[in-house]
Design a protein around this ligand. Structure first.
Ligand SMILES: Cc1cc2nc3c(=O)[nH]c(=O)nc-3n(C[C@H](O)[C@H](O)[C@H](O)COP(=O)(O)OP(=O)(O)OC[C@H]3O[C@@H](n4cnc5c(N)ncnc54)[C@H](O)[C@@H]3O)c2cc1C
Length: 364
């Protein structure tokens, strides 16, 4: 193992991504304080000594980019994601991706296939694992608590944990999830083809989902709590001109009443729509592990970072969608993760974003 305590095998290192050279060193790297995770043999790369154990969390576009860049930099690392699944949000993207330079694809899953190909070429895969909580004080790298009770003590933690879809928070929603209440349109379209369906939401995800559903379902009801949509004009125009899509503006889903094979979707203004499925597409929330102090977050709950990815917690960096709602794209996920990986290689020791000044202007 290389600097991370715990039961995980250093799989990505053994698969061939090790450092470019090895050098005997004492128990200290520079003047960094000693930790239980330090080892007597410290690998050396073109950038100097390898920083103490690196843990990457998340296997969406940002996590994949981080893994490929760390491999390219010759840094050994551990990489975890829930159920070891690769793709993250991309698996829910049904529209063509045409704004990631050099890589036009029909939809998110097609890009995931390309990412898997890149990982195969490097012999890389995440391990099954999910961060539950960070413990410690933000002036030193945290103790990382994983599901299943495992505890890791990395010198650097790169959070690429992205976002998760928001839910309505109403009765029966959770118990019907994956059955008659759905988050993903692309993954469930075939199962619900031919049914009357309801879509809750008014942004890109809701409108794009409604359009995909309208191609396969006779009646699509879109319920949005505002009087105007927030989505891109191309989606709004297409939704408004579809004969199959019925709009319920300034309205909300307030209750669900399941029956065999369907559910009654009750709206605030009194209507009830008998449908085969409800698609909840009301935006996303950042996946920030418990234990991170509020001072490390922006007003929307996303992780504040310096330009090179450092958060307000020493040794904890972040990349991709979890770093802000303003710039969520494949290009940002890939680029910010590359930059964070290079920061780790360059810095060697622990570092934290100064929370005294403006995060956006602080290059860390
Ligand atoms: C409908 C839709 C259309 C889009 N269209 C485009 C487009 O055309 N062009 C474009 O550039 N972008 C588009 N995007 C945005 C793009 O998909 C995202 O910006 C990008 O995929 C985010 O990647 P990420 O790795 O930062 O996060 P995610 O893909 O969310 O990955 C996060 C990963 O972290 C894991 N994770 C979460 N919590 C933990 C934890 N505690 N421990 C360990 N792992 C954890 C998750 O399981 C997931 O695998 C679209 C998004 C949507 C929803």
């Amino acid at each position: 193992m290389h600097g991370i305590d715990g039961g995980l095998q250093d799989r990505n290192h053994h698969l061939g991504g090790g450092a470019r050279g090895w050098k005997q060193r004492g128990a200290r790297l520079g003047d960094r304080p000693a930790t239980p995770s330090e080892h007597e043999v410290t690998p050396v790369t073109d950038h100097g000594p390898v920083p103490p154990g690196i843990l990457v969390a998340g296997a969406g576009a940002a996590g994949v980019s981080a893994a490929l860049w760390l491999r390219g930099l010759g840094l050994p690392f551990r990489w975890i994601g829930p159920e070891a699944a690769v793709g993250g949000t991309l698996r829910r993207v049904g529209n063509p991706i045409a704004n990631y330079p050099g890589c036009r694809v029909a939809d998110g899953p097609a890009l995931v296939e390309k990412l898997l190909g890149d990982l195969d070429a490097e012999g890389l895969r995440p391990e099954d694992g999910s961060i539950v909580e960070l413990r410690g004080s933000p002036d030193a790298p945290p103790e990382v608590r994983l599901d299943g009770g495992r505890v890791l003590r990395p010198g650097h933690l790169l959070l690429c944990t992205g976002t998760r879809p928001r839910l309505l928070g109403i009765e029966h929603e959770s118990e019907l999830l994956g059955d008659r209440v759905e988050i993903s349109v692309t993954r469930t379209l075939e199962r619900h083809a031919g049914k009357r369906v309801v879509v809750a939401g008014g942004g890109d995800a809701a409108l794009e989902g409604a359009l995909l559903l309208a191609a396969r379902c006779p009646e699509v009801h879109v319920v949005h709590r505002r009087d105007a949509f927030r989505g891109q004009a191309r989606f709004v125009d297409a939704v408004r001109s579809s004969a199959r899509i019925h709009l319920h503006m300034e309205n909300e889903v307030v209750a669900l009443d399941p029956f065999p094979g369907g559910l009654s979707v009750q709206l605030r203004r009194g209507e009830a729509i008998r449908a085969g499925a409800l698609f909840v597409r009301i935006g996303v929330a950042p996946c920030v592990p418990a234990g991170i102090p509020p001072g490390c977050l922006d007003t929307d709950g996303y992780l504040r970072t310096s330009l090179d990815g450092h958060t307000g917690w020493a040794g904890v960096l972040a990349a991709g969608d979890v770093t802000g709602r303003q710039h969520q794209s494949v290009a940002w996920a890939v680029g910010s993760a590359a930059r964070a990986a290079e920061s780790i290689a360059r810095d060697g020791g622990w570092k934290a974003l100064s929370l005294r000044g403006d995060a956006a202007g602080d290059a860390g």
